[in-house]
Design a binder for this molecule. Structure first.
Ligand SMILES: [Fe+2]
Length: 357
């Protein structure tokens, strides 16, 4: 081989090697990435008070922790006060320990977004987004910085054991709620009534288009963190039920994209429960609500036609356990108290969470 031939062949080899290495690095998951087995989640924590749930979560040795909103009680549009609230969380010893032992993802709800029950109308929401992404250490090159709203998604695990985490933003674009009319207040529970207007939105146009793309991606389990409850329809507080057209649209999107493995994770309500939607759904849609990590709401007799199992009123967190090794892989949904006792449990074979082909 003469010298020019040698340089050409050797250069080509180096080029091919570099391309292969770059492709491997850019892949969303490597074949050796371990499958997630335990995913903890929770909502409604006020770090100005002790949060024993953080230590209890750490004891379950989760592979991932998801904060599903009301992660701090800032209740302000003042940037300094908002930063101060996050600083309290950042300095909480239980939170710091949790950060050391597992990756953390987060979305927000009203109290960390800005104001109680706030939506599209919130002033200074651009600042709220910037402070949120900074505190939760969302990488600078993440598209979450460029969007209107903090929604985002991430894949974990190898093919066949792939978990997609979808973090919805149910605040930034959410249209106004309709308060219960004065003369109805004695008769109806909660604070709001469903808005039948088909043109109002929770997610906004861009987030809907993004969600459709996400649901079309292959995954074995999809954990959809929606700060507000998706399945329950009987209370008058915030939830997808107050936007019935949007709720139906979501169910139809799951059906049309044939997105299997959907499980909703919600918070906000100051109690815990598991709900399951059977009718008008492509397959049973579970919504596990954990709230709050140190903000319990106390006992009440709220009805929920979709509730499975009991309702839990005290401090709690959620744990999703994936058993990939059985011949029929399954997921266990649990609500756990800070002493580590399981208060609510639901076992679901993954094969049940699929649109009939
Ligand atoms: Fe909330």
């Amino acid at each position: 081989m003469n010298q020019p031939q040698f340089i050409y062949r050797y250069g080509l080899l180096i080029l091919l090697f570099n391309v292969a290495t770059a492709c491997a690095q850019n892949s969303p998951q490597t074949p050796h990435e371990p499958a997630l087995q335990r995913i903890a989640f929770g909502s409604c924590s006020n770090p100005r008070k002790p949060v024993p749930a953080f230590l209890a979560i750490a004891q379950t040795k989760p592979d991932l922790m998801i904060f599903v909103g009301d992660n701090v009680y800032a209740d302000t549009t003042d940037e300094r006060k908002l930063r101060r609230a996050y600083q309290d969380l950042g300095e909480n010893p239980g939170f710091r320990h949790l950060k050391e032992i597992c990756p953390i993802l987060a979305t927000w709800d009203d109290h960390d977004y800005g104001l109680n029950d706030a939506g599209v109308e919130l002033p200074n929401k651009v600042t709220s987004q910037r402070v949120f992404l900074e505190f939760w250490e969302v990488p600078k090159d993440s598209p979450r910085h460029a969007r209107e709203g903090i929604y985002g998604a991430q894949m974990f695990g190898p093919q066949g054991q792939r978990v997609q985490v979808i973090l919805l933003d149910t605040r930034y674009h959410r249209d106004q709620l309709i308060p219960i009319p004065k003369k109805e207040r004695e008769k109806l529970p909660g604070r709001y009534i469903p808005n039948p207007d088909p043109d109002i939105t929770i997610l906004g146009k861009a987030q809907w288009a993004w969600l459709k793309e996400q649901l079309a991606k292959p995954a074995d389990v999809r954990l959809i963190a929606s700060s507000i409850q998706f399945v329950p329809v009987d209370h008058g507080w915030e939830g997808w039920m107050q936007f019935p057209t949007e709720r139906t649209r979501f169910i139809e999107l799951i059906r049309s994209t044939k997105a299997n493995g959907v499980i909703f994770l919600s918070g906000d309500r100051h109690h815990a429960e598991i709900s399951r939607l059977d009718e008008d759904a492509p397959y049973p849609l579970y919504d596990i609500t954990s709230s709050g990590m140190n903000q319990p709401g106390g006992e009440s007799n709220e009805s929920n036609r979709h509730r499975v199992g009991p309702r839990y009123y005290h401090t709690n967190f959620g744990l999703i356990t994936l058993d990939w090794n059985k011949p029929a892989p399954a997921v266990t949904l649990q609500i756990i108290d800070p002493q580590g006792n399981v208060q609510i449990e639901q076992h679901v074979p993954l094969a049940e969470l699929a649109t009939p082909r």
